[in-house]
Design a binder for this molecule. Structure first.
Ligand SMILES: Cc1ncc(COP(=O)(O)O)c(C=O)c1O
Length: 395
């Protein structure tokens, strides 16, 4: 039986790329979204880690309106005030760096890969190989898809993919060490693997990667597309490890709901880039940059601390679900949390939605929780209550 009233239209007019929830959403505010029938849902998707500061934050909406009334787009052949201010603010967060603005995570990573290859070229390195990790996700372009370690048939289906990536197990330093050859130029890693189902890099592993990069003159490329912008309780997740990456990518939460990607690289790499080597028509659009400046203002030390505190609170509450026989593990950091089940997650997602809570399932059996940062304790308790009812019904 077709329980999705929108599917027929979707199949008629769209490529069938997304397994969508059967909801047509019409408005959103803070931690909530509403469907076309006026039903309200607590949103633990946050647009897949995009609306970290909440839906339609008034400061962001105001900044967008103001900028849209002034200047929508002029191309990157000209300077704009929001883009310049954002470049300054972001590079201050990663000393000695420069930034390139794009529109998405995949594009930000694509440029990170280009930068690593450019650096290798300038240093007359023998090879071009970047080590990446099993289950990692870096995007859906051909190069970022090749870099991703996620399983599935798409690599075979869309071959030939760009060469130059070697995938090794995550959180195992010995495997990384043995994979390094004279052709290796860098290591690309997510501090917390998001699409894999919230797998946190162990501290000794991340430190080990940073040390290997120093020792063997490799670039450490950190993909913060999902883990960055405060999601784990610090601006960048890598800060919590006390390491210094060479290249960092951001997108998702960067502009609070508008498309924007950023690639930050240390000066020793950035200095090789010359006009014509890279570019983007829309990247760094003034409206997206104006929105992003507001996101940055909202991510105060106090706000980041509250993500840590509320994240710990939710993690503790979710830990109580270990009593259910089908719950395998609960894990995560800040507001990037997951519950791994020994059964399929879709029925849990569907039941939670019916009861007014939107949660995401990745890898078929891992429930992923990405709440908005300023969610209240009452709202968190409400979500846990709904989950309890769902889990009792599923038991
Ligand atoms: C870690 C990571 N990198 C890259 C991407 C790709 O981002 P986008 O979908 O904006 O291209 C994602 C998206 O889920 C991601 O989680």
């Amino acid at each position: 039986m077709n329980t999705n009233p929108y599917l027929e239209k979707e199949l008629r007019h769209f490529f069938y790329t997304f397994k969508r929830q059967p909801l047509l959403l019409e408005k959103a505010k803070g931690s909530f979204v509403w469907d076309e029938k006026g039903k309200k849902y607590l949103d633990f998707y946050s647009g897949i880690a995009v609306c970290g500061v909440g839906h339609n934050h008034p400061n962001i909406v105001q900044a967008i309106k103001k900028q849209a009334g002034r200047l929508l787009h002029v191309s990157n052949y000209f300077y704009t005030k929001p883009q310049m201010a954002l470049a300054k603010a972001l590079t201050e967060k990663m000393p000695n760096s420069r930034v390139f603005f794009s529109n998405s995570g995949a594009e930000a990573n694509e440029f990170a890969i280009k930068l690593a290859r450019l650096w290798a070229h300038q240093h007359k390195r023998l090879g071009r190989e970047i080590i990446t990790f099993e289950d990692s996700f870096h995007g859906r372009t051909l190069a970022t898809g090749a870099a991703s370690g996620s399983k599935g048939k798409s690599k075979e289906m869309f071959s030939p993919l760009p060469a130059g990536f070697k995938t090794v197990p995550f959180n195992n330093l010995d495997d990384v060490e043995s994979a390094i050859t004279s052709g290796t130029i860098g290591i690309m890693v997510e501090p917390v693997q998001g699409e894999a189902g919230i797998r946190v890099a162990k501290s000794e592993f991340f430190h080990g990667l940073a040390n290997l990069c120093l020792e063997k003159e490799l670039l450490l490329i950190v993909d913060e597309v999902q883990s960055g912008m405060g999601r784990t309780g610090s601006f960048f997740a890598f800060e919590q490890y006390g390491i210094k990456p060479d290249i960092v990518t951001l997108a998702k939460g960067l502009a609070g709901g508008l498309p924007l990607g950023a690639t930050l690289a240390q000066e020793h790499i950035a200095k090789f880039v010359e006009p014509g080597m890279h570019g983007s028509t829309f990247g760094g659009n003034p409206v997206s940059c104006a929105a992003s400046l507001e996101v940055l203002k909202l991510l105060s030390p106090k706000a980041l601390k509250s993500v840590q505190v509320s994240g710990d609170y939710l993690l503790k509450k979710l830990s109580g679900f270990k009593k259910f026989p089908f719950v395998k593990e609960i894990r995560g950091r800040g507001f990037m949390l997951a519950m791994e089940l020994s059964v399929e997650g879709a029925p849990f997602v569907n039941l939670a939605r019916e009861k007014g809570l939107l949660i995401n399932c990745t890898q078929n059996n891992i429930l992923r929780f990405l709440p908005p940062y300023f969610i209240t304790k009452q709202e968190l308790d409400k979500a846990v209550k709904i989950l309890e009812i769902v889990f009792l019904e599923m038991n």
